[in-house]
Design a protein around this ligand. Structure first.
Ligand code: NAI
Length: 353
């Protein structure tokens, strides 16, 4: 039930708008504006039901609040879902019209919500949205944007892997460390490059075998079949494809010492972090380690950072993780609980007295 979903949600407001010409539902969930405007991407997707779309946007908006707070950015968390009967093809007239109508809804919120790209949306779509509202990040560089945030995400994950290795092995040196990357897409491919430069031995898996083979050839890596990823021996498992890989079913079979990757919502349930720690696996909480994308967009497009400042903030993901690992040990928490503690403390400190 829609009411049940809203009752369980801790956010500020949800905007729901029916798009008559396409039959789509637009949802914008403003989860928190305590630390700044609610920022998070626009997901363009067909859902089984309106309720499924609402569930997705509520869950994702909450995770964005935690991500922005853990990254110490002057933003709150939000998310949008355009639940369409069918995803309109890129650059089509229908898609452009849909995005312009959606942009008008964003504009009506007067900056409470700031959008960016997410699943099935990209720079060209943000360019279209920017024709009607200034509350958009992730436009193309030709249009004043910062380019693909996956560049920042991959650098952030790289620093996160180093910090997690320091925790697990007592050294952040990656030379000779085996790292299995699940998903060789926009983030995974770039991450493979950074890890290769640092001397890591790469294991690469992608549903698109040609992608994995191509990157393996470039980096001297080894291809792993997608179905074998969760039982292949490696030092570091880096999920960069899809969420919910770490569950009560899969964790007993893992043969790694560290999990650190870009995917959102890596744990099946919050308790799975406990199962990982009981197995002695160092888990880098997903929303901490994958925050490089929002850092990239906010830093370059609204905070006026130069390259050096950006590099420092992306490296800061490693420092944040080191603090999370230490807090977890000190307080007998899982690393996921310690990250939640850090984010909620920052939000509490930002709340007006
Ligand atoms: P992408 O769509 O460019 O790449 C994903 C790759 O994973 C594709 O090559 C796909 O074939 C592969 N894949 C999908 N399911 C797979 C499976 N079960 N096994 C092996 N390979 C599989 O996505 P992108 O941008 O690289 O993002 C990767 C993950 O990181 C996603 O979960 C995304 O939500 C998350 N993320 C991405 C950010 C970004 O800046 N792009 C920021 C934060 C999170």
């Amino acid at each position: 039930m829609v009411e049940d979903l809203l009752r369980e949600w801790s956010g500020e407001r949800v905007v729901r708008r029916f798009d008559e010409p396409t039959g789509a539902w637009f949802f914008i969930a403003v989860h928190s504006t305590i630390l700044g405007p609610a920022m998070g991407g626009t997901r363009l997707k067909s859902y089984g039901s309106e309720e499924d779309a609402l569930r997705d946007v509520l869950r994702l908006s909450q995770a964005m609040t935690m991500k922005q707070a853990a990254a110490d950015l002057p933003y709150g968390g939000g998310k949008a879902v355009l639940a369409v009967p069918a995803v309109p093809p890129p650059a089509s007239e229908g898609r452009r019209d849909l995005l312009l109508r959606y942009a008008d809804v964003i504009e009506s919120l007067h900056g409470t919500y700031v959008t960016a790209a997410d699943m099935n949306t990209g720079q060209a779509d943000m360019d279209v949205i920017s024709e009607r509202t200034a509350h958009v990040l992730g436009r193309s560089p030709a249009n004043g944007g910062a380019g693909d945030p996956a560049i920042g995400t991959a650098i952030g994950v790289f620093h996160g892997i180093r910090a997690a290795c320091e925790r697990a092995f007592g050294s952040e040196d990656l030379s000779g460390r085996s790292v299995l990357i699940q998903g060789c897409g926009a983030v995974g491919e770039r991450l493979a490059g950074h890890l290769h430069d640092a001397g890591a031995a790469l294991l690469l898996a992608d549903l698109d075998g040609a992608r994995a083979r191509e990157i393996a050839a470039r980096t001297g890596g080894t291809v792993v079949e997608p179905g074998d990823v969760l039982t292949t021996e490696c030092d570091v498992f880096s999920p960069c494809a899809t969420g919910a890989q770490l569950t009560a079913e899969t964790i007993p079979g893992l043969r790694c010492s560290v999990v650190a990757g870009a995917a959102n919502n890596q744990l099946g349930t919050a308790e799975d972090a406990r199962l990982l720690s009981e197995r002695g696996i160092v888990y880098a909480p997903d929303y901490v380690v994958n925050a490089g994308g929002v850092i990239w967009l906010a830093g370059y497009e609204t905070l006026g950072w130069d390259e050096e400042t950006m590099e420092d903030h992306l490296a800061g993901i490693g420092r944040t993780l080191a603090g999370v690992f230490a807090a977890a040990e000190e307080n007998g928490l899982t690393t996921a609980e310690a990250a939640d503690g850090l984010a909620t403390a920052r939000i509490a400190a930002g709340r007006a007295p």
